[in-house]
Design a protein around this ligand. Sequence first.
Ligand SMILES: Nc1ncnc2c1ncn2[C@@H]1O[C@H](COP(=O)(O)OP(=O)(O)OP(=O)(O)O)[C@@H](O)[C@H]1O
Ligand SMILES: [Mg+2]
Length: 256
Amino acid sequence: MSDIIRLENIEKSYGTHQVLFGIDAEVSEGETFAVIGPNGAGKTTLFKVMTGEAPCNGGRVIFRGEDVTAIPAHRRARAGMGRTFQVARVFLELTVLENVVVAVEARHKNEGRRDVPWYAFKPAQSVVAEAMELLAHFELEAKRDAEASELSHGDRKRLELAITLAGKPKVLMLDEPTAGMSPSDRAGVVEVIKRIREENRITIIMTEHDMSVIFGLADRILVMNQGARLALGSIEEVRNSPVVREVYLGKESQHD
Ligand SMILES: Nc1ncnc2c1ncn2[C@@H]1O[C@H](COP(=O)(O)OP(=O)(O)OP(=O)(O)O)[C@@H](O)[C@H]1O
Ligand SMILES: [Mg+2]
């Protein structure tokens, strides 16, 4: 399998505060890659370095064979990096359907399709149909006319996923997709992610604090601690790593 993203010796500081220390990692095409670690370990910062939201101070980011270290975030997004956020980002004043329509139209515009200008007062039927298909996928059809601000936390996260997938990303980056959810909503999100993965054969990079979510989804895991790479490997390798057990999984693995 070829690498879709490769991180080489990534260093990142905010002012004088260094938060990433020489991170090396590679994500294979089609795999589900999890980044775990305690609060403040640098997971979200590593995401931002990958997407370009926070440029690194040292090292290189290679995306699909191209050095994108100096490429701004919006161009990386167009090239196929789709990301959700630890706190869901949707247009709160728009309806559920309008949110997805805007995302589908933005993609059409990026693809150079002139039939559906993003500023059109009335979206083309094909755009609405595509948006409805996405809503159906996430069981949000019945809520199509609700304002996004009225949605429950779980529905809002699902809407954000629908919006992100409307861009047809090559790699789907999920920063804590189940943050703040009830156990049943959490299980629902795991099922949705599995479905997305099967139907789109997409590469997924995710951070998550819930180990049952990680163990249910990840092919490989990068374990971070205080900005450094602690371990990288399969679930088994990571679970059996003495350094990981000691620093991170220690308490949890005693319950096995
Ligand atoms: N914009 C910023 N400016 C200054 N420091 C920051 C900024 N963003 C993050 N940090 C610091 O960088 C470190 C890593 O933060 P980051 O958000 O990447 O951790 P995380 O692993 O995602 O944590 P969590 O599990 O709580 O989401 C922390 O010490 C944090 O305080
Ligand atoms: Mg974070």
